[in-house]
Design a protein around this ligand. Sequence first.
Ligand code: SF4
Ligand code: SF4
Length: 384
Amino acid sequence: MIDALTDLNSAEAIKRNELRVKKPRVFEKIQRFDSLAQRGFISPILRLAWSYLCNFECDHCCAEHRMDRFLIKITGKPEQRRRMDYSDLARLAQEADEYGIYRFVLTGGEPTTWRDLFKVIEVLDPNRHLVIMDSNAWLLGEKPEFITRLAEAGVYKMQISLDSFVESEHDHFRNKPGSYKRVLKILPMVMDAGMKLMVSTCLVRDRAFSQEFEDLCRYCNDIGAMLYVTYAKPTGTCGQHEDWVVTKRDADRIRELEKKFDITTHMTPSYMRDKTAGSAPLGHYDGCITVKGINTVEPTGDIVPCPYMDWSIGNILDEPLGAVLDRGMRNRWLGPQRNDCLIGEDMQFIQIHNAKVAERKAQGNYDLPVPYGEGFSDADLITA
Ligand code: SF4
Ligand code: SF4
């Protein structure tokens, strides 16, 4: 096997060495990925939306229409479909490990609201996978001992949302007064507890040019956390705010700022690296990362190839994870390399995607994602 360490710069090699010692199985999988990626081997992040329960109601949420509170408002009933149980989750973790996957991101919803959060972490097994967690920080700020428990349970990295470096703007965007203060309070505590830290921020049109955004970039640099920038998309709650959707001008500005600060999006070259000491690489920069770089595992077991899409590529309760991913890579929309954003820029796909979701809603069917066969289907497969 090629020793990928020999191809890395020394800083990156030190980070990898930390993993080699602390998490040898993860290290082995990263090595395999690095040496085989050029031949089409994939090792995507699996975002595990174990539950969509959330204590916030953010303006830009792309998960709101999956939540029970939304379903109850519209249909009078919470989610009715079968949910994954712990044995399904254990099988998923096993199949992911065998496939060469090494990253699970706990997301939702807000993972700190899950009563069985620590059980979920245990079943995933932090020795075999990097367990990373998204959080709005509210409950962590309320009970800082929560942070230590997460570190002790094996959580590798926290991804904390901070949507403006101006207190009133963040709190307004998140519809939660006091949120900004809690975020800033817990950021150093996460690192002190021994976890890696990433700050996530949602970029709306023109924000990249503001003093506030530059101040946030500088602050993250100063505390040693990478800033992960997600672009507002015309889906979910953001669908009501077309004026938020970023333009090429914004994206070009981010590329400029990347040269100065440790920031990235999943569509820009910095995605290759994370300067945070001891961090594993974020991914391989190669344009849109549907299937190949990111997939969400829904509570129902459906696999969705992009956080902003509402169509499934298959369900792990019906077939093995590897079969779903391999078929996803043969899908003409999702598999081939592309530099544009499928759900943000490809008008043909956006229209087909949104029309199918709207058609189901018009029939009173609010179950998302659209199951495989009704949205994505075998008709989309590339034939040899
Ligand atoms: S915290 Fe996250 S999941 Fe909860 S409403 Fe806000 S964006 Fe949505
Ligand atoms: S479709 Fe867009 S948002 Fe989704 S993975 Fe591709 S580039 Fe990212």
